[in-house]
Design a protein around this ligand. Structure first.
Ligand code: ADP
Ligand code: TRP
Length: 331
C-alpha cells in the first residue's frame, strides 16, 4: 500500500520561484511514490483576507500554477478545502479534544500577540478565532484523509505536531487507533532560494521573482538583483553572489562550473552574469508560463478539475466521518 502524502496550499500571493523550487517541485516529485492529496486551503485564507474577489482570483491562480507545473489531476487528488465540508465537521469534533493551552503555544498566534504587545496595543488586537484555532482546522485537513506524510516548510512543522497531539488525545480517550498519526516531512531537496536583495525570497520581503513573470518582467527583475560594485576587470566570488545563487537553482553542473570560472577569472561584468541567468531562467520557465496562460484563458476547466477532485475527496471524507461518528456516539 502506498503512503498518503497530503498538503494544503493557501490561496494567497502570486507564486514565486521560491515556492516553485521549495514547495511545488518537491511535492510533485513526492506524488510519484505516494498517493498524493493536494488541496487549496481556501478557508484558511478567510482568516486574513475579507475581499471575495481576492480569494476567488487567488484560488484560480494557485490551482492554475500547480496544473501548469505538471500536477496531473488523474494521479493526484486535487481539490478545494471548501469542496469537502466534512472537514468542518471534523474540526468541530477535534475542537473538543484540543486544549486551549495548546493553541496559546502556536508560533503564528504567539508572534502576533508579541508584536501587539511590543507596539503597546491590546495583545489580542487583530486576532480572530479563526486565526487562533487555525492549527485545529489544519489538523482536520490532515486527519480526515489518513495522512502519513505532510510535505511542508519548516514553519509548518509545529502545526503538524499539534495535529498529532490532538489525534493522540482522541485515540487515547476512546482507546482506538482510528485516527492515523501523520508526520511532517521537510521538502525533499529543500533549499532556501534567495530573492532580489539576497534575503530569503518571500512575498513579505517584496523581493520575489514571480514564477510566471513575462519575459520582459523577468529580464527587468533579474537586472535588479543586488550585486556589489566591483569593476568588470576584478575577479569575483561566485559563492557570495545572489546572481550565482539563483543561477545554481536552474543550471546543470557543467553550466555552474563554466560560470564559476568566468567569475574567478575576472573580466566579467555583472551585466554578463545577469544575462546568463535571465536566458537560463527564461528558457526553463517559458513552457510553464505558456501553459499557465493557456489555463488562465480556460478557467472553467480549472473549476471543473477542482470540482471533480472535491467530489472524490468528499467520498473518502464521508467514510472517515461516519466511522468517527460511531466512535463518539453521534451516529
Ligand atoms: P512566502 O514566504 O513568500 O510568504 P509561503 O510561506 O507562502 O511564501 O511559502 C509556501 C511554501 O513555499 C513554503 O512552505 C516553502 O516550502 C516554500 N518557500 C517559500 N519561500 C521559499 C524560498 N525562498 N526558498 C525555498 N522555499 C520557499
Ligand atoms: N498552514 C499551511 C500554510 O500556511 C497551509 C495548510 C492548510 C496546510 N492546511 C494544511 C498544509 C494541511 C499542510 C497540510 O502553508
Amino acid at each position: 500500500m502506498k503512503k498518503v502524502a497530503l498538503t494544503g496550499i493557501k490561496p494567497t500571493g502570486i507564486p514565486h520561484i521560491g515556492n516553485y523550487l521549495g514547495a511545488i517541485q518537491p511535492a510533485l516529485k513526492l506524488s510519484e511514490s505516494c498517493e498524493a492529496r493536494y488541496f487549496i486551503a481556501d478557508y484558511h485564507a478567510l482568516n486574513s483576507t475579507k475581499d471575495p474577489a481576492v480569494i476567488k482570483r487567488m484560488t484560480v491562480e494557485i490551482a492554475a500554477a500547480w496544473l501548469a507545473c505538471g500536477l496531473d489531476p488523474q494521479k493526484v487528488l486535487f481539490y478545494r478545502q471548501s469542496g469537502v465540508p466534512e472537514t468542518f465537521e471534523l474540526l468541530t469534533i477535534l475542537l473538543a479534544f484540543t486544549p486551549k493551552g495548546l493553541m496559546n503555544r502556536a508560533h503564528a498566534y504567539k508572534a502576533m500577540i508579541q508584536a501587539n504587545a511590543a507596539s503597546g496595543k491590546d495583545p489580542d488586537e487583530g486576532v480572530n478565532m479563526g486565526l487562533y484555532t487555525y492549527p485545529v482546522l489544519m489538523a482536520a485537513d490532515i486527519l480526515l484523509f489518513d495522512t502519513d506524510y505532510v510535505p511542508v516548510g519548516n514553519d509548518q512543522f509545529q502545526h503538524v505536531e499539534m495535529a498529532v497531539d490532538i489525534a493522540q488525545s482522541f485515540n487515547h480517550i476512546y482507546a482506538t487507533q482510528a485516527i492515523k498519526l501523520p508526520q511532517a516531512v521537510a521538502q525533499d531537496n529543500y533549499k532556501t532560494v534567495v530573492g532580489l536583495d539576497g534575503r530569503k525570497m518571500s512575498k513579505s520581503y517584496g523581493n520575489i521573482i514571480p514564477l510566471f513573470a513575462s519575459e520582459k518582467q523577468l529580464r527587468k527583475l533579474v537586472m535588479k538583483i543586488v550585486t556589489n560594485s566591483q569593476s568588470i576587470a576584478e575577479p569575483k566570488d561566485p559563492d557570495s553572489c545572489n546572481v550565482f545563487a539563483l543561477y545554481k537553482c536552474f543550471a546543470k553542473e557543467e553550466q555552474v562550473e563554466a560560470l564559476r570560472e568566468k567569475y574567478l577569472a575576472g573580466g566579467m561584468g555583472w551585466g554578463y552574469a545577469k544575462q546568463q541567468l535571465f536566458e537560463l531562467m527564461n528558457e526553463t520557465l517559458r513552457p510553464y508560463r505558456l501553459r499557465y496562460e493557456e489555463l488562465m484563458q480556460n478557467q472553467d476547466y480549472i473549476y471543473q478539475v477542482l470540482a471533480e477532485g472535491s467530489q472524490k475527496a468528499r467520498a473518502l471524507a464521508a467514510q472517515k466521518i461516519a466511522s468517527l461518528r460511531k466512535i463518539i456516539g453521534i451516529d
